[in-house]
Ligand binder design. Structure first.
Ligand SMILES: [Zn+2]
Length: 321
């Protein structure tokens, strides 16, 4: 891809029927060693895409020395168990990914309790209860998504010749891998060309709500400052000179925040009512995502001192300053 780099990067692009367009993961080759960065979904499409990229470039799956994960989401870690069952290679991820990937029972219970409390505070009623029940059932239903084997928490700023950069927001454990010589960034879901990446609300290790949108904005700004030539995302097209797109995303967030602030100024005060008014039909069909967006913006507006909150009954009501 670039001549002034020490590595070859081979994209693995698996088509996706979803709005994601494609599931992308990457093979990095240095001398004879291969590193797999992310591991797609656990399905035949991703497995075949991996095989295809290996074959096309005369590479061997047995030469993969390790797997690095940009974040814990299921469409980035899917093939890990299949690969490590055959080749017991180390898997690296952010330390915050570990309880999520190991599906730690205490962590999962805490996370459900977090959403229960959150939806109560936002005044979500029945849909909130339904989502909590769904999460509760998912603990059992998704138990085979647990990653087997050890996951090594990355605590250093470098992983071999790559710089490891924390970009929380979309996920609390999101990291990117910068190839400083090639000026290329393997960036997970920080920036996607055709859709804006969600800053999903998540609890921290102690069950407190993180300001995920504030973090996401900060991550985008830090990414912009890196001035990379090439961004290798988790979905959609590879992005050359991403600066303009990052600015577009930052502006989009500001515009949305202004709209939500205007709604609050007009007297819509709870998270649930704001989500309904802003998203209409999507409020029901995409309830958790929609709530995540609204709560993210409420936290962002509050962080900027533009709104304040008051608890009435059990529900938090927001007011413009
Ligand atoms: Zn993701």
């Amino acid at each position: 891809m670039k001549t002034n780099a020490d590595f070859e990067i081979y994209p693995i692009i698996a088509p996706s029927a979803l709005s994601l367009k494609s599931i992308n993961f990457y093979l990095v080759k240095k001398a004879d060693a291969l590193t797999l960065i992310d591991a797609g979904m656990n399905d035949d499409t991703c497995w075949n895409a991996l095989q295809h990229t290996l074959k096309e470039n005369d590479l061997n799956i047995g030469d993969i020395r390790d797997i690095w994960l940009t974040h814990h989401h299921g469409d980035h870690v899917g093939l890990v168990n299949k690969i490590t069952a055959r080749y017991p290679i180390p898997v690296y991820a952010h330390p915050k990914a570990v309880p999520r990937l190991k599906r730690d029972p205490d962590f999962l219970s805490m996370r459900i309790e977090f959403y229960k409390q959150l939806y109560l505070e936002m005044g979500c009623g029945e849909l909130g209860d339904k989502q909590v029940a769904y999460l509760f059932n998912a603990v059992d239903h998704n138990k085979d998504q647990k990653l087997n084997g050890d996951i090594i928490g990355i605590t250093e700023k470098h992983l071999f010749d790559f710089e490891v950069i924390e970009f929380p927001g979309h996920a609390p454990d999101q990291i990117a891998f910068l190839d400083p010589k090639g000026n290329r960034l393997l960036s997970g879901d920080l920036l996607i060309e055709h859709i804006s990446s969600n800053a999903l609300i998540e609890p921290d290790d102690k069950g407190n709500r993180m300001r995920t949108l504030v973090e996401h904005i900060d991550s985008l700004k830090r990414c912009l400052a890196l001035q990379v030539d090439l961004l290798l995302p988790g979905h959609g097209n590879i992005i050359e000179q991403p600066s303009l797109l990052i600015e577009k995303r930052l502006n989009g967030i500001e515009r949305k925040s202004q709209k939500i602030l205007a709604m609050i100024e007009n007297g819509i005060s709870s998270g649930n009512e704001l989500a309904k008014a802003f998203y209409r039909q999507k409020y029901v069909s995409q309830f958790p995502l929609v709530m995540s967006e609204i709560i993210g913006h409420l936290d962002y507006l509050e962080y900027q001192g533009k709104i304040t909150k008051k608890v009435i009954g059990k529900v938090v009501h927001y007011q413009a300053m």
